[in-house]
Design a protein around this ligand. Structure first.
Ligand code: ADP
Ligand code: MG
Length: 342
């Protein structure tokens, strides 16, 4: 359905996304997961033909989005992160405007509007002005406009942001109900959300795709990994330097919590918790760094997501090579974690 090859977008010297490659298959719900600034909106704006790329290729059902935008865009319904607002129109007026803009045949417009309103359960409010709707209902209108024209592909950029818990449940149910009739890509910075709705999770981090798999497989990918939470006496720099040579560490995050006490969260590619703890103890003893607390746990998908993406919002951080490459899931792969700050 969608083929994305070597997609790159640069703003000045800054790569919003770099060399993204992925395929979207028909009929599934995809979750595009990553923290703020990871590159989700940039990617979505490009594959929907709303933004030019610096390099790379996007085809929608064989149509190049840059060379045949009209054909490609017909296959897509898009709810952007910041949708244009038409506050002084009623729902019906707005949807009619959208249908005309999308070039829906005149004879089909009424039926299309009815269907989209029915699907998003807004039929009863069709004559209400958009400015008088709650955020949850505005989001339904946003999804309804994406459905107009009956596109195969529905792309929703963070559709639950800013909604209250009840509205979030309703919008998630609505998205789930698209399953089977549409291919859906949904972006989110909330793991539990994509875990609940999506068949495939794509994790994006600082403009790079770091994992693409089913929720189950992602969980299995991290089986046999251990996280350690550690409180040590010593400055952040000293503690980081001390733990640098610990074996099999895939990510390490250290932060000085109070004067002279540093909290460390590290993930290790071992399920041998005892040896891991012993190795940490040996290092601490050799350097005379008292351990105030040490707690181990099996790494969960949540841990991994947090660690993968933890410092990603820091725009000045170096990227690329320091992000563990998880797509290949090659267990023998060496990773440079020396100063990842993850
Ligand atoms: P997300 O949607 O995952 O939060 P974005 O795609 O909005 O991330 O942003 C990715 C990166 O690109 C961020 O570092 C952001 O600051 C940068 N960026 C996005 N849009 C622009 C722009 N118009 N000009 C400059 N930088 C931008
Ligand atoms: Mg965004």
């Amino acid at each position: 359905m969608i083929e994305v090859r070597n997609l790159t977008k640069k703003y000045g010297d800054h790569y919003a996304i770099e060399d993204l490659n992925f395929t979207i298959e028909k009929g599934k719900i995809y979750g595009f997961l990553g923290p703020n600034g990871a590159g989700k909106s940039t990617t979505m704006n490009i594959i929907t033909g709303c933004l030019a790329a610096t390099a790379g290729e996007v085809t929608i059902d064989g149509h190049d989005i840059f060379e045949e935008p009209t054909e490609a865009k017909k296959l897509i319904g898009y709810l952007p992160e910041l949708p244009p607002v038409y506050l002084d129109r009623t729902i019906r007026e707005y949807l009619k405007f959208v249908a005309e803009a999308k070039g829906v045949a005149k004879a089909d417009i009424k039926a299309q509007i009815e269907k989209a309103m029915e699907y998003t359960k807004i039929t009863d409010y069709q004559d209400r002005l958009i400015k008088n709707l709650s955020k949850g209902y505005r989001q339904r209108v946003g999804i309804a406009q994406a459905l107009i024209g009956d596109p195969e592909l529905i792309i929703l950029d963070e559709p639950t942001v800013g909604l209250d818990p009840q509205q979030i449940i309703e919008i998630r149910d609505l998205i789930s109900s698209l399953r089977g009739e549409h291919t859906v890509i949904l972006s989110s910075h909330i793991l539990s959300e994509v875990q609940a709705i999506c068949e495939i999770i794509m994790i994006i981090s600082r403009g790079h795709m770091v994992a693409v798999d089913t929720p189950d497989n992602l969980e299995h990918l991290f089986e046999g990994m251990t996280t350690v939470e550690l409180l040590m006496e010593g400055s952040q720099a000293v503690v980081e330097a001390a733990l640098k040579d610990l074996e099999n560490v895939s990510s390490l995050m250290a932060e000085e919590e109070e004067d002279g006490v540093t909290k460390v969260v590290l993930t290790s590619e071992t399920d041998d918790e005892r040896t891991l703890c012993r190795n940490i103890f040996t290092i601490a003893r050799a350097l005379d760094l008292p351990i105030l607390q040490m707690k181990t746990d099996k790494a969960s998908l949540e841990d991994i997501f947090i660690e993968l993406t933890n410092s990603e919002t820091d725009e000045d951080e170096e990227e690329a090579s320091e992000v563990p490459e998880l797509i290949s899931s090659d267990p023998g792969k060496e990773e440079d974690t020396s100063e990842s700050g993850l």
